[in-house]
Design a binder for this molecule. Structure first.
Ligand code: AMP
Length: 287
């Protein structure tokens, strides 16, 4: 397994990719769990070369406090990636990717940007778009892997790749969960025991919405109310927002249609958590 810190070395390495076959790329913020590893395994299975990046972009966090306390353990991450036989781990330094004189940003506009911003997305949209564009430029993957849980990131990346004519296929994989349904998340370790227990209600609320829809309920307002009611009983969980919209365009829906995204952003104690499912029509779900 090759570990690359320097941007020049990443560029040099990517220059040689063509001869080696297709490149599968898994961008992460580190503190890896089985959710990340399921993306890594898919990249290993489907591509000749696997690359994982670990970079906690300061541009992507709502507050400095949230950035500062984001869990990190690079030694453990490298052990997991070594055991998974990943070919390249890219660990850029923040000051190299974003030096003091950095001044070119990727800005999303239009309806999707408006929807994401209206949803008070818990990380800066421009920061996320710029960071992923830079990682794509440096790694030059053929396929990039993302988790369904972070539906906003998926919509953003699909839009960006399409608009900027990047020749990268985007693969979206299901969310891995704890036994009680809580989506695996690096931030889960920040939860206090009572909060950890309460956090499972986010998934329970999504299941409540799912049950309503499977019974034929298509009014978004009713589905949203079911979610809010399910979460109202938990004092530890406060809803930041609930989004019911088209999964690709993020246009809000009054009546649900196939490919509807149902997303909950909540704070459990002080920890921001996200979970989402997509209704594909009849009893089909991506979750
Ligand atoms: P992060 O390190 O949180 O930025 O996540 C890196 C990638 O892993 C993103 O594409 C996430 O959507 C994905 N991911 C995070 N949690 C899970 C999970 N529980 N199941 C599957 N994929 C996940």
């Amino acid at each position: 397994m090759r570990i690359i810190h320097r941007l020049e070395e990443m560029t040099e390495t990517a220059r040689g990719w063509l001869a080696g076959g297709t490149v599968g790329f898994v961008p992460t913020m580190g503190y890896l769990h089985n959710g990340h590893m399921s993306l890594v395994e898919a990249a290993k299975r489907e591509c000749e070369i696997s690359v994982v990046s670990i970079f906690t972009s300061p541009l992507q966090f709502a507050t400095h406090e949230d950035y500062a306390r984001y869990p990190r353990d690079v030694t453990r991450d490298l052990q997991l990636l070594e055991a998974a036989a990943v070919d390249v781990v890219f660990l850029p330094r923040s000051e190299d990717l974003f030096p003091a004189d950095f001044s070119t940003y990727v800005t999303l506009t239009g309806p999707l940007a408006a929807q994401l911003e209206a949803a008070a997305i818990p990380y800066a949209l421009r920061g996320a778009a710029t960071t992923i564009t830079k990682l794509f430029q440096l790694v030059r993957p053929d396929v990039a892997y993302f988790g369904q849980k972070d539906a906003q990131r998926v919509a953003l990346v699909k839009r960006l790749v399409h608009d900027l004519n990047m020749d990268i296929a985007i693969r979206v994989l299901p969310t891995l969960r704890e036994q009680d349904g809580l989506a695996l998340d690096s931030r889960n370790t920040l939860l206090l025991p009572a909060e950890r227990q309460a956090a499972a209600s986010i998934y329970q609320a999504l299941l409540a919405a799912k049950a309503f829809i499977e019974q034929g309920e298509l009014r978004a307002s009713v589905v949203e109310e079911a979610i809010r009611q399910r979460l109202a009983s938990s004092t530890e969980v406060s809803i930041e927002y609930v989004v019911i919209c088209h999964a690709d365009t993020f246009s809000p829906l009054t009546l649900l249609e196939p490919k509807t995204l149902i997303l909950i952003a909540a704070r459990v104690g002080s920890v921001p958590l996200l979970d989402s499912i997509v209704w594909l029509g009849s009893n089909l779900w991506s979750m």
